[in-house]
Design a protein around this ligand. Structure first.
Ligand code: NDP
Length: 338
């Protein structure tokens, strides 16, 4: 049972040597009377939140942190080999919370959804039809309370969540601009995802001026994925009663001293609502989300770009690559094809 384990807690930017590939014990069957599910992992999802679980445990509240020597936990698509829970049977395909290894024994009470639509790529259940999809949908429509025709800005816009936020907002006839870290990614925003515009934040010496150029009338909804300097500049460009669904702040995850945000007074002047959320807040909407998104995928009205790495041994570089923007689209790791 090949596994990707954490070698030690991480401070600062993660390195490949913080993770290791080891041969773990083989799981033969599920314990008698338990409702665990034995999974063969097919596709794993590389997600920025996994970095935060590599931090040294800091008191009892941080029980989710990884344990050095143990495999990473994360989202994935898996095949059921055996199930102690009658909801799943041998051969079912599921997506949900599993571990970075070939075979995993997971409690069925963890996030686990039976896959029922097979006319779309199975890898989509790590992205558009999985956790990032629910995140974009819940964040934009529930937290962001998006209204037709509003001005929307999204950062990390070509990534797993960002590319969906922009496309969902376009379906609501919004004006949508995204920021991303390379020309190739900005081209994707404009030419593949149908954003109205996009810019490379690394080439903008003055983010405030850039935002003023793209949003002369201000931003109604900023879908926050990066934090730091981008958030600071956005605060100066929000419209009155603008909303900021705070999804992530990837620019801060590896810093030992976080960047200060200096324009917080705008929250008062502009009556801005900033609200943090977690994808787990919106899994109850998953059936409604599928009803919304599947027809658009089938009609080609929503597209999804994935970046596929092959083999568990390439897991460390794929995961760490998220923090230098190596991934173009949703970063998926293939463990097995079936
Ligand atoms: P992505 O697929 O967008 O991959 C991460 C991207 O972040 C990179 O490709 C890179 O793109 C960008 N990035 C990396 N470092 C920086 C930096 N210092 N400054 C600005 N951008 C940077 O990831 P996801 O779509 O999966 O996640 C996006 C955000 O959403 C993250 O903050 C994540 O933590 C959050 N999230 C939150 C969830 C929740 O439940 N609240 C659930 C899922 C995601 P580029 O080349 O453009 O810089």
């Amino acid at each position: 049972n090949k596994q990707v384990i954490l070698t030690n807690y991480v401070t600062g930017f993660p390195k490949e040597s913080d993770l290791n590939i080891v041969e773990g014990t083989i799981i033969l069957n599920i314990p008698q009377g338990s409702n665990d599910v034995l999974l063969k992992n097919l596709y794993l999802s590389c997600d920025p939140f996994m970095r935060n679980l590599m931090n040294k445990k800091d008191g009892p509240k941080d029980t989710l942190s990884y344990t050095p020597g143990s495999p990473l936990g994360g989202f994935g698509v898996s095949k059921v080999l055996e199930s102690g829970d009658p909801k799943y049977k041998k051969g079912d395909l599921v997506w949900g919370f599993t571990q970075w290894e070939e075979y995993s024994l997971v409690p069925s009470a963890k996030i686990l959804f039976k896959i029922e639509h097979f006319d779309v790529p199975l890898t989509y259940y790590t992205g558009i039809l999985g956790m990032p999809g629910v995140t974009a949908y819940g964040g934009l429509f529930e937290v962001g309370a998006l209204k037709k025709g509003e001005n929307v800005f999204v950062s990390a816009a070509s990534g797993a969540v960002g590319q969906l936020v922009g496309q969902f907002a376009k379906l609501s006839d919004c004006y949508v601009v995204g920021s991303a870290g390379t020309k190739e990614k900005v081209d994707l925003l404009k030419n593949k995802f149908g954003f109205d515009d996009g810019f490379n934040y690394k080439e903008e010496p003055d983010l405030n001026a850039a935002l003023k150029r793209y949003f002369p009338e201000g931003i109604d909804v900023y879908f926050e994925n990066v934090g730091g300097k981008t958030l600071d500049a956005v605060l100066l460009n929000m419209r009155v009663h603008g909303r900021i669904p705070a999804c992530g702040m990837i620019s801060q995850y590896n810093l030992t001293e976080h960047e200060g945000v200096t324009n917080l007074a705008s929250i008062i002047y502009k009556r801005i609502r900033i609200e943090g959320f977690n994808s787990t807040d919106y899994y109850h909407l998953y059936p409604k989300f599928l009803e919304f998104v599947l027809p658009h995928i089938r009609e080609g009205k929503i597209v999804y770009v994935e970046d596929i790495a092959e083999g568990l041994e390439n897991g460390p570089s794929a995961l760490i690559g998220l923090f230098s923007g190596q991934n173009v689209g949703k970063q998926v790791l293939v463990v097995a094809h079936e």
